[in-house]
Design a protein around this ligand. Sequence first.
Ligand code: DGL
Length: 257
Amino acid sequence: MNPSPASKIAVLDSGIGGTTTLREIRKLLKSENFLYFGDSKNCPYGEKTDAELLKLSRNNVERLLKENIKILVVACNTLTTRVLAPLRKEFPELIFVGTEPAIKPALESGAKKIVILSTPATARSLEENQLKSLNYSKTISSSPQSTPTSPSAPLEILNLPCPTLAAAIESRDNRLIDETLATLLGDIKKETRAFVESVVLGCTHYPIIKEKIKSYFPNAELVDGNAAIARRVKDILEQKNLLNQNPASGVVEYIYT
Ligand code: DGL
């Protein structure tokens, strides 16, 4: 692998979800050329084992390495939280940028009632890692804070796995998406949902249906990590002198399995 500024930025996901990340990176890096790889045939990733995810992503990375790429954005929370560490070891020559649920920005906003939506695999990972060091209650209470985002209020985080939601979004079937959301979120009482201050979209598919999710949490801010990932990609390429200096607008090539 011998990347140059003219090489492409590869973006990988299980399907269309990573296009939400791609959009943010393109906003920031207008001259770059991209190779978007959506593994739709194997979507959803969030219900697979780590061994299956590693096998699939190893094959996909090998395929992408045959293209002229300079960095690989893993625009998938599931792959990042479950198998990015072993992938980095297997492909030490490749620069990876991962995607993790934006819990930190949600906490930094001062929100005390936070819902994290992600795939079952990511939700498991959060439980085992990122959320472990936090002191919080695992349910959201149906009572307001004394003042919104009060610093002394106890932290409440509902880490909600959303099986089949990414697959429904991938299908682009609006009725299926609505039914899936109703099953997953309808169980949380309306009064409780109204008090939620922050909803972390912990799967890159979810920003595609942001408005639908927002209708369940009318008073919450919806956060995702896509803008931060775009800044990270820019910083890394800048540091490594790999930014494309060509003033012409870049293009995107799409590969879907
Ligand atoms: N969009 C991916 C994520 O961020 C994968 C969703 C899936 O295939 O289950 O987790």
